[in-house]
Design a protein around this ligand. Sequence first.
Ligand code: PLP
Length: 386
Amino acid sequence: METNQLILRIPGPTPIPPSVQRAMQQPMIGHRDPETAELLASVQPGLQTIFGTVQHVSVVAGSGTSGLEAAVVNIVAPGEKVIVCVTGAFGERFVSICKSYQIETIVLEEQWGKAVDLNKLEVTLSEHPDCAAVFVTYCETSTSVLNPIAKISKLVHEKSDALVIVDGVSCIGGAELKMDEWQLDVVVTGSQKAFMLPGGLMFVASSEIARQKMKGNPRPRFYLDLLKYEKATREFSTPFTPATSLLYGLQEVIRLVEQESMEGVVNRHLQLRDMTRAALVSMNLELLAEDDFASPTVTAFSVPGIEGKLIRKQLTQRFGIRIAGGQGHQKETVLRIGHMGYCSTADILLVISALEVVLRDLGHAFPAGHGTVAAQNTLIGGHVHV
Ligand SMILES: *Cc1c(COP(=O)(O)O)cnc(C)c1O
């Protein structure tokens, strides 16, 4: 199978719309020339809409993890303590980053597949009222849990002076986000997930309070000094050379989002989630996340009795479709279908139908066609299930 025929249904990197691909082919421009300032200015309102903020959204050349590290080094001063909510592999990454900087880290851990427990968080906050920040993953990509960050943020602000730091890498651009209304202090995402771009860009926005905290924080940082980016972004510039080709792609992504409307984008992702989940349940497969915390961008599930590796191999060999395995201790037992960014309802019908063929051949017991029919049923009448 040629790589240009592969159908990527993994939770990032994701397929890129043809018009975005074309936009990235443009000739180079000087990074201090007015064209770059125009390009940066043109993407700002769209980014603010996607983030739900009036703050500036800085665009940094780096992968999503650079955003996680930037949040840690800019916010947490030496000697301060933090709480990290861990619901899977990406929560663990926040812990690793904090520990690399020898930051005292209180880990509030949940079983993989569960969301942050608000009662436990309340107890942890009362035990550590002096913590400087609470780190939380919006969509925990490893388990497909969407953490209730609006509620988490409300609780943190009610019970403490801690800042709320959100890793939104695998869902921002596909899931609802109201950074200002939800009082989130630092929000980070990357380009290769719901943003429909190649990897290489990190997007970050900070609240006024977060910027005050950064100003008073003596912890050394240079490339990832978010105040440098904030200042440059206000002037439609970047402190260092930007990834210009990706910015052209971003400009086209924003045009596509505006054309569909952010509400339309969010509703489409909910529909993709509902189709996928209904189909998998009808195929006697086990969903990892509960309905109330199911991510609109990725769905994790397990197939009792059949090795996940075998299923993925057949999907690739026979249909050119790539889905993902699990992460960490769930590597062998969990499968994940990414449905974020450039993904339509037809794409879900395709992957479900192919998955049915593979599962039937591998001897998994379920009524033939039920997955596809269940996915179709969520579409009948053109009804959007929210
Ligand atoms: C993919 C992902 C990251 C890491 O992004 P990189 O671009 O690989 O550094 C961080 N957090 C979450 C939730 C992710 O899904």
